[in-house]
Design a protein around this ligand. Structure first.
Ligand code: PGA
Length: 259
C-alpha cells in the first residue's frame, strides 16, 4: 500500500515534497515532473522556489494532469494559465518544456492520444504530484473511471464543479468537461505523491488508502502503485484507521530512504 506521512501543517508537507523534487532534479537535471493544479500543491511549489534558486532548471520537463475543455487558455483559471503562474514563472522553468493537455474543442478527439505520445517521448513521468477531490477523483478522473484509462475527455461531476466554483465568478462559469490523464497514465509515473489537507478530504483519503480498490473511488488506484506516498495533515488523516502505525513507521524510517 501507499506510504502515509502525517505532518503537522501544509508548510511541512510542502517542504518534505519539495526536498524530494529538488533531489530528483539534482540527480536528473532533465527530470520529468507531473504537475497538479488546485490549492493542494501550492505549498510544494512555494517551498520549491527557495530550493531551486540558483539551480539550473533549464532542462526540467513537466506535464500537467488535466485541463478544462473549451476554456480559453488565456483565461486566468485555465490550467495552462495556472501552471504558468504557479509553477513555470516562479520556478524559472522553460515554458516550451512544460505541457498541459490541449482542451481546445477543435481537435479534442486526438488531444488525448497526442498527450500520451508526448509523455511517452519524454520517457515517462518521474514524480507525479496529485491532489484528491472530495469525491475521490485524482486528476479529473471522476468516480467510475477505469483503472486502465488513458488521457481523454471526462464530464465533471456536479460536486467537482461546485468545489471549483470558488475559482470562477459563478458555478455556471465552471466548464462541464475536462481532459485528464487517465488512471492508467498516472499509474505509469515512477513515483506518485498524493497530498491532501483539511477535514473535507479525510473521507476521500481514508477510502483511497484503506478502502477497497474501486473505480467508484478513483484515488484507490494508488494502492496498485509500487511507490506511492500520501502526505496529509492531521485533519485529512483523521479518518485513517492505521494512523498511529503510519506515524510510527515514518518516525523510524531510515533517513537515507527519503519518501
Ligand atoms: P484542491 O483540488 O487541491 O483544490 O482541493 C484537489 C483535486 O480536485 O484534485
Amino acid at each position: 500500500m501507499a506510504e502515509v506521512v502525517i505532518v503537522e501543517s501544509k508548510e511541512r508537507a510542502g517542504a518534505l515534497v519539495a526536498d524530494e523534487i529538488a533531489e530528483l532534479i539534482a540527480s536528473r537535471p532533465d527530470a520529468v515532473l507531473g504537475l497538479a493544479t488546485g490549492s493542494t500543491p501550492l505549498p510544494v511549489y512555494e517551498a520549491l522556489r527557495a530550493r531551486l534558486a540558483g539551480v539550473d532548471v533549464s532542462r526540467v520537463r513537466g506535464f500537467a494532469l488535466d485541463e478544462y475543455v473549451g476554456l480559453d487558455p488565456a483565461h486566468p483559471e485555465s490550467y495552462r494559465s495556472v501552471i504558468t503562474r504557479e509553477v513555470v514563472e516562479p520556478l524559472g522553468l522553460d515554458p516550451a518544456l512544460v505541457h498541459v493537455p490541449n482542451g481546445a474543442e477543435d481537435g479534442i478527439a486526438h488531444a488525448g492520444p497526442d498527450y500520451e505520445a508526448r509523455i511517452a517521448e519524454a520517457g515517462g513521468i518521474d514524480l507525479q504530484l496529485l491532489g484528491i477531490g472530495t469525491d475521490g477523483h485524482i486528476g479529473f478522473n471522476e468516480p467510475g473511471s477505469s483503472f486502465a484509462s488513458r488521457t481523454r475527455v471526462k464530464t465533471l461531476t456536479e460536486q467537482t464543479r461546485e468545489d471549483n466554483a470558488r475559482f470562477f465568478d459563478s458555478l455556471d462559469d465552471v466548464p462541464m468537461h475536462c481532459i485528464t490523464q487517465g488512471l492508467g497514465t498516472i499509474l505509469e509515473a515512477r513515483h506518485l505523491v498524493l497530498l491532501a489537507f483539511g477535514e473535507g478530504k479525510a473521507q476521500a483519503v481514508a477510502d483511497a488508502v484503506e478502502g477497497p480498490l474501486s473505480a467508484f473511488l478513483p484515488g484507490s488506484a494508488i494502492q496498485l502503485h509500487p511507490h506511492a506516498t500520501v502526505v496529509v495533515d492531521e485533519a485529512a488523516a483523521s479518518k485513517l484507521k492505521l494512523a498511529d502505525y503510519y506515524r510510527w513507521t515514518f518516525a523510524h524510517k531510515p533517513a537515507w530512504q527519503g519518501i
